[in-house]
Design a protein around this ligand. Structure first.
Ligand code: SAM
Ligand code: SF4
Length: 331
């Protein structure tokens, strides 16, 4: 499946829910959130049908996100069903890690191998300030348990000006004694994120270099698995001296990677979106419930893909931009 700019689409990010057990200030408000009704959410069976259709059209990699995917019931069953779909080579989960430790074994047995755990700071007070509750230690335990269980683990950290900025080296240190990729992600001006100031990648690199010393740049766009160049992710990696793992930088603002974008997104209410920031979408859930055939669904996805923008429009106030919050779209 290719978009109008000849970019191959092989990666689907599925938002399983808009609900969450945290309230990260830059993602969702602490009060007054209205969630979609359960009957408006896409059912697992509908998602599986969609993944089968997309796998037949070349999608090989699926990532489960949200909201917080671990708060959706029967996640393990869903992962097991997904891993049985012919053509799906890789399943990943992005989680805040609070519930992950208790689910690590069963999810691994169900076929999950990749887990990205979000941790913006190891300082409990700052963690509570950002997320609304204490939990940094619990998340760190989840990172260790995930590694022991055999997962390939990445830690995601969003640097926020004057909030977790001075604690970034501690987060990077997670990769010192562990085979973990710690990735620093530039804050995107989406939903609640608009009210905060992120730290540009170059500034994060300076903070880390000043604390951790000189690093060696890894080949740009290291492939996430195997030799398949199409699985290359958006992070650029470095390795600090004597570190077992790597530090990565995902820079949607200062170094846009749209020209290599290989992804589609499915929102929890069943819309396929070709771009995080654009409002362009097609409601697959409604189509399915109205009796659309697999062929109709694939044609509709091709149509929306053909309108995918060449690059995102962060920072420009234009018509057609996404106004929903990150927890609603799926981060
Ligand atoms: N709840 C899960 C978690 O926190 O990992 C999955 C969903 S969350 C929306 C996915 C990732 O998006 C998290 O790492 C979070 O820090 C990041 N995120 C949320 N809002 C963001 C924003 N405005 N800019 C950049 N990253 C953001
Ligand atoms: Fe929840 Fe993840 Fe958003 Fe934090 S970033 S509020 S954990 S969905």
């Amino acid at each position: 499946m290719k978009d109008g700019f000849e970019r191959k689409t092989e990666y689907l990010r599925i938002s399983l829910t808009d609900r969450c057990n945290l309230r990260c200030q830059y993602c969702m408000p602490s009060q007054g959130v209205t969630f979609r009704r359960h009957e408006d959410m896409m059912k697992y069976e509908e998602m599986l049908r969609l993944v089968e259709i997309l796998a037949g059209a070349g999608v090989k990699k699926v990532r489960l996100t949200g909201g917080e995917p671990t708060v959706r019931r029967d996640l393990t069953w869903f992962v097991k069903e997904l891993s049985g779909i012919r053509g799906i080579e890789q399943i990943g989960l992005t989680t805040n890690g609070l519930k992950f430790a208790e689910m690590a074994d069963e999810l691994y047995d169900a076929g999950l191998r990749l887990v990205n755990i979000s941790l913006d700071t190891l300082n409990e007070e700052v963690y509570k300030y950002i997320t609304g509750q204490y939990g940094a230690k619990k998340v760190m335990d989840a990172v260790n348990i995930a590694l022991m269980t055999g997962y390939k683990v990445k830690v995601n950290c969003v640097p926020l000006k004057e909030i977790n900025e001075r604690y970034l080296p501690e987060v990077a240190y997670i990769a010192r004694d562990r085979a973990v990729d710690v990735r620093f992600i530039e804050l995107m001006p989406i939903g609640c994120g608009k009210a905060f100031e992120g730290v540009p990648t170059e500034d994060v690199k300076t903070i880390l270099k000043n604390t951790l010393g000189i690093y060696r740049e890894e080949t740009e766009f290291l492939q996430e698995i195997g030799e398949e160049p199409e699985f290359a992710g958006p992070a650029k990696y470095v390795r600090f001296k004597d570190f077992e793992g790597r530090c990565g930088f995902i820079s949607p603002m200062s170094d846009c990677f749209c020209d290599r974008c290989n992804r589609l997104r499915l929102t929890a209410d069943g819309c396929i979106k070709p771009c995080l920031y654009s409002d362009e979408k097609i409601n697959i859930c409604s189509m399915m419930r109205a009796g659309a055939s697999d062929k109709d669904i694939l044609a509709a996805i091709h149509e929306v893909l053909s309108h995918k923008n060449q690059r995102h429009s962060f920072g420009r106030d234009i018509l057609g931009q996404e106004h929903r919050r990150m927890n609603e779209i799926g981060g």
